[in-house]
Design a protein around this ligand. Structure first.
Ligand SMILES: O=C(O)CCC(=O)C(=O)O
Length: 286
């Protein structure tokens, strides 16, 4: 259970770091699973997901190993997403008993060369009517500043959607939103950082001699409808806590693909990559 002070912090600042959600032993198991998964994928294809715009943050050649939607690769990581220690906190913060998966991303920022993320909001990538979308970053190992921990702009969620630059991956102008000006959120293995999809955030290069390993899970109230049918993916709509009161035939992707929106609905688009919201998006999307 979160305290009222934690809930108030999230509402005021748009983010919350919860320490020790998972034990060091659990985090170590997740980390082992994550690295084994990336190794399996790398045998099949390249898994770098560095945003083109990250090149403007650093001249160094960096890389970011990633896997979208880990539930199709690992039962352990699938169970992690439904763990009540995680989903109960999310339910409290978004104010609904029901928590639905939008998508998730496993990231490994390799030692010394782990790619940065320019400052951005996640909202432009997948806007929703009620803005309940929240990211939970589960830390599988320690993420001090030198490992490129996440940085946030406290209170930025209250500004609503901010115009982004599409060039090289949807991001905010570098001169107005320098990475260094944001508040660093260093975390330990087992900690979870939560932030709204309207909270401006980014992260620096991993210059340390250890990998930074995280799972980012994007979740929403199932009654919060996508404003545009973009950023669809297999597994979207899976219930992580409670029920889907809209009873929209299981997968919300299936529903979005087959059912036009009641008012002014855009034509459903598979993959969601065609609209202006997604132009210039890096391989990791958001
Ligand atoms: O993992 C990070 O360092 C940041 C990830 C991020 O900002 C994103 O995926 O939108």
């Amino acid at each position: 259970m979160l305290t009222q002070a934690q809930i108030d912090h999230y509402r005021e600042h748009g983010y919350l770091l919860i320490e020790g959600v998972f034990s060091p032993a659990e985090a170590a198991r997740f980390r082992h699973e994550a690295h084994a998964l990336i190794e399996r994928l790398q045998r099949e294809h390249a898994v770098d997901a560095t945003w083109d715009s990250a090149r403007a943050v650093t001249m160094a050649k960096t890389s970011l190993l990633h896997c979208h939607n880990v539930q199709f690769h690992s039962a352990l990581l699938c169970r992690l997403m439904t763990d009540e220690r995680l989903t109960d906190a999310v339910a409290q913060l978004i104010g609904t008993p029901n928590v639905q998966l939008h998508h998730n991303k496993l990231f490994i920022k390799p030692p010394e060369t782990g790619s940065p993320f320019p400052m951005h909001q996640d909202q432009p990538f997948f806007p929703h009517d009620n803005d309940t979308m929240i990211a939970a970053v589960v830390h599988f190992d320690d993420a001090p500043l030198e490992k490129g921990c996440i940085r946030v702009v406290p209170g930025s969620h209250r500004r609503g959607p901010i115009p982004h630059v599409a060039d090289g991956g949807w991001h905010l102008p570098f001169d107005q939103y320098p990475l260094e000006s944001a508040v660093a959120c260093p975390a330990s293995a087992g900690d979870v950082l939560l932030f709204s999809y309207l909270t401006v955030h980014g992260s620096g290069v991993n210059t340390s001699d250890e990998a930074r390993t995280t799972l980012l899970v994007q979740m929403r109230d199932p009654e919060d409808r996508p404003t545009t049918n973009v950023h669809l993916s297999r597994g979207q709509g899976m219930m992580l806590r409670g029920i889907d009161p809209t009873a929209s035939a299981g997968s919300s992707v299936e529903w979005q693909l087959s059912t036009p929106r009641a008012a002014g609905g855009a034509a459903p688009a598979m993959g969601g990559m065609g609209g202006p919201m997604m132009m210039g998006m890096g391989a990791a999307g958001s």
